[in-house]
Design a protein. Structure first.
Length: 202
């Protein structure tokens, strides 16, 4: 019994010794720390992500600006009656004289007179434009007679296949009448005569 008891004690002591030495060895190994690894380098988005985002927003803003300017309608340029009639008549100068050109020349001159004299809007017949000119009394009688004659000749040529007897040139005649109307409507500046000194003293 004593021998078995001694063996049991010896076995326990041996186990305790092995366990303690193992623990000490493990503790020593844990104390030997590995040197720190190199830090990971930042990737592309971490370095330049903000710049890419700002640049993308600027590019999108510029594209939106160009699209808005491209889709924006051009501002309308309002023509004066004089500019409109000259533009139309100068375009008709390139065409041969025929009833259609006579009708277009007459219509352009009527629209000019409507705008220049501020008559009622809309398409006016020769009779209506003649009555309006007589009623306004802003043009001299001689010029009114020339306008009436021109409108009547253009109407006759438009509704017939034969040109007028006097070989009317509708475009050139209309341009000439426009210049005469402009001259008649330009106000004449008043002339102030100097006062004589003798009249002032009297």
């Amino acid at each position: 019994m004593k021998l078995s008891h001694f063996i049991n004690i010896f076995t326990r002591i041996t186990c305790v010794t092995i366990i303690s030495r193992t623990a000490v060895a493990l503790e020593k190994e844990s104390l030997h720390l590995e040197p720190p690894r190199d830090l990971l380098r930042p990737d592309f988005w971490e370095q330049y992500g903000t710049l890419v985002l700002v640049g993308g927003l600027l590019v999108l803003s510029f594209i939106a600006f160009l699209v808005s300017r491209w889709m924006q309608p051009e501002p309308l340029v309002m023509e004066t009656p004089l500019q409109a009639v000259r533009r139309v008549l100068h375009q008709l100068c390139k065409e041969p004289k025929n009833p259609d050109i006579a009708s277009q020349s007459s219509r352009a001159l009527k629209r000019y007179i409507q705008g220049r004299l501020k008559l009622m809007p809309g398409e006016m017949t020769t009779r209506e434009i003649r009555e309006a000119i007589h009623f306004r009394k802003e043009l001299p009688e001689a010029l009114v007679s020339k306008l009436e004659s021109f409108f009547e000749q253009c109407d006759q040529w438009s509704f017939s296949t034969l040109p007028p007897a006097d070989s009317l040139d509708p475009v050139e005649t209309a341009l000439s009448l426009v210049d005469q109307v402009e001259s008649a409507l330009i106000p004449v500046p008043a002339v102030i005569e100097p006062v004589k000194s003798s009249e002032v003293l009297n």
